[in-house]
Design a protein around this ligand. Structure first.
Ligand SMILES: [Zn+2]
Length: 73
């Protein structure tokens, strides 16, 4: 059996390096990947994109820094 060529499922690029990324979570595997070929990513960015991981602004972020910082001696 010859080694099958692997392609990133997100950007479709051919995996040429010695490593690639694969999701090992059972639930996610079940939900997102029907076959092993669908669980191949060239980079973390591609994985995040595929999983729709996005950066969201934290509305609770406190911009008011305490102004008594200099009191420390
Ligand atoms: Zn990719």
């Amino acid at each position: 059996m010859s080694e099958k060529e692997k392609y990133c499922v997100n950007c479709k690029c051919k995996i040429t390096g010695i490593v690639y990324l694969k999701c090992l979570d059972n639930f996610l595997q079940h939900k997102y990947f029907d076959t092993e070929e669908e669980n191949v990513f060239c980079s973390q960015d591609c994985f995040c994109e595929y999983m729709m991981l996005e950066q969201i602004d934290n509305e609770n972020y406190d911009f008011d820094f305490p102004d008594d910082l200099e009191e420390e001696e």
